[in-house]
Design a protein around this ligand. Structure first.
Ligand code: ADP
Length: 536
């Protein structure tokens, strides 16, 4: 009976020994049994140690060639020993992580898990456990930690308020800037709906979180409320949070835009005030030019009458009996001095008439109510060319233009603007070459810049600013006729379109006039109810 039990038991052990060997060879890393001494003297260590360290297992048995502890990184040795011994004292399993030097000199990171084995009296027999290479894991972990540190520093130190929310739109994390901007601590808002936290009265209807949770990344300007209920103009950006390609929540970033918004509002107000002042000035010019015309017409009329009266006086004098010397003096006055004075008066009133008419022309532009529409610039230029065909032929000039982009504006005013510039190019052409005018257009973000380039006489640098002034002409005495208001009108029209105009030029080579206009529809300011308003 005893015998058969023993045989059975032996067989079980045998079977277990074979199984155990199998397990030991298939365990990743090395299985060991060692003494709890400072060398970790090995009684047994599996073949896996060769893969880990490059040394054969027999080297370590009884420290034959080297002790196991000699391979542990000197900085880690003490900690390993402390952790192991503390666990052994408590009869607990220990886990230690340390660097192990390979035969090549490199270190690998290992994880050792083991425990003390005790006899029935509780005395420690040996330590047993496994050692696994975790270098790859460590690398990945390190990468992860670096990324985490990057992310955390960005999140914590970001000047913008950041909030993360889950699939139910509930907040699970906010940063310090969120607390600063909205006044809430994390504990107060964790688990609460991101939207209602910063819009408690549900004033807003443009919550983006549902779209974000469907995968969209968005930015928009909106208003949110801080803890005290104060409205804040914020610039919001948001997007989904994905783990393994699956959306698990979203983030929102809010930048406080209140100051910029207010500055913008102030700027708009100043613009309105300025527009109002300009309008007043235009009205003033218009009214005064208008009123000046009445006395001017009177002066012109009475001067003509005076001229006629003098002629009559001369006729009367001819038939009068006046002594010779006196007659000569009177003749001198009536035939020469008075007509000459009258000529000055006529020249001055004519000049004044032109000036007043010019002023009226300019101020009328301010008064025009624009009909803003999409402008086919190709057609507009073609129309202008058709209207000046004769002039072009007579002067032997040519206008070339590429396919021109559209813009928005008032057709009549833009016609006048481009006519003025093209007419100037013809008026100020060079006598030395055939005039060629090139027109093209370049689309910018919301605008288009048209260029009208001529090869005319050009403008010296010092006049480039002045030419836009009312009545300014570079050479008022030359043979080219003009009133000096063509470019002022151009400037006025461009400003009325909230556009831009400037010129580049080289004397004797030619000029390029730039006109920047809107590619978007816009509304015009108009004067109504004692203030400047936008057309609805
Ligand atoms: P005006 O042509 O009646 O003199 P403008 O206001 O149209 O008035 O132009 C102002 C001045 O700018 C002109 O007198 C001329 O000297 C200069 N100028 C304008 N356009 C050109 C051009 N394309 N080439 C050379 N000079 C020019």
């Amino acid at each position: 009976m005893k015998n058969s039990f023993y045989t059975k038991f032996k067989n079980i052990i045998k079977f277990d020994e074979a199984g155990l060997r199998n397990i030991i060879t298939s365990v990743p890393g090395a299985v060991f049994r060692c003494a709890a001494d400072s060398n970790w003297t090995m009684e047994f260590i599996s073949d896996g140690i060769e893969e880990l360290t490059g040394y054969s297992p027999s080297d370590f048995i009884n420290n034959k060639v080297r002790s196991f502890s000699s391979l542990i990184h000197p900085e880690d040795r003490k900690e390993v020993e402390e952790i192991c011994m503390a666990a052994v004292a408590e009869k607990n399993i220990y886990n230690v992580y340390y660097r192990l030097q390979r035969q090549s000199g490199d270190y690998i990171w290992v994880h050792e898990r083991g425990q003390g084995v005790f006899d029935e009296n509780g005395s420690l027999l040996y330590l047993g456990g496994v050692i696994i290479d975790i270098t790859e894991q460590k690398k990945v972990q390190r990468e992860f930690n670096i990324q985490k540190a990057h992310f955390e520093s960005l999140f914590t130190n970001n000047l913008d308020a950041i909030a993360y929310f889950d699939m139910n739109e509930n907040i699970f994390n906010i940063n310090a800037s969120f607390t600063k901007l909205f006044g809430y601590e994390l504990e107060e808002v964790k688990g609460k709906n991101i939207n209602t936290v910063i819009d408690p009265f549900k004033y807003i209807s443009d919550y983006m979180s549902p779209r974000i949770l469907k995968g969209e990344s968005l930015d928009w300007e909106t208003v949110r409320y801080d803890k005290t209920g104060r409205p804040l103009n914020v610039l919001a950006r948001g997007g989904p949070l994905k783990v393994d390609g699956k959306i698990v929540g979203g983030y929102m970033i809010y930048s406080d835009n209140t100051e910029r918004y207010q500055a913008n509002e102030r700027l708009k107000q100043s613009e309105r005030k300025l527009a109002l002042k300009n309008k007043e000035l235009e009205d003033f010019i218009y009214i005064s030019s208008h009123d000046l015309r009445t006395p001017l017409v009177n002066i012109q009329g009475f001067s003509q009458r005076l001229e006629k009266l003098i002629q009559r006086l001369t006729e009367i004098l001819d038939v009068c009996e006046v002594d010779g010397e006196l007659k000569e003096e009177i003749a001198m006055i009536t035939n020469e001095k008075i007509p000459k004075a009258l000529q000055y008066i006529f020249a001055s009133t004519d000049k004044m008439d032109t000036l007043i008419k010019s002023l009226l022309k300019i101020s009328r532009i301010g008064k025009v109510e624009m009909d803003i529409q999409k402008i086919d610039m190709n057609q507009l230029i073609e129309n202008i060319i058709r209207s000046i065909e004769f002039q072009l032929k007579e002067t032997g000039s040519e206008i070339l233009f590429e396919e021109l982009p559209y813009c928005y504006g008032d057709k009549n005013l833009l016609n006048q603007l481009f006519s003025n510039i093209i007419n100037n190019a013809i008026k100020y052409r060079s006598n030395n070459r055939k005039l060629i005018i090139n027109i093209d257009g370049e689309v910018k973000k919301n605008t288009v810049i048209y260029r009208v380039k001529d090869n005319g006489r050009g403008i010296e640098n010092r006049y480039l600013e002045k030419i836009w002034d009312v009545f300014y002409r570079i050479d008022p005495h030359n043979s080219v006729e003009g009133e000096g208001i063509g470019l002022s009108i151009v400037k006025n029209i461009v400003e009325k379109h909230y556009g831009n105009t400037w010129v580049e030029s080289k004397a004797d080579e030619g000029s390029i006039f730039y006109i920047e206009l809107s590619r978007k529809e816009f509304t015009e300011w108009y004067y109504y109810g004692g203030q400047y308003n936008e057309f609805p």
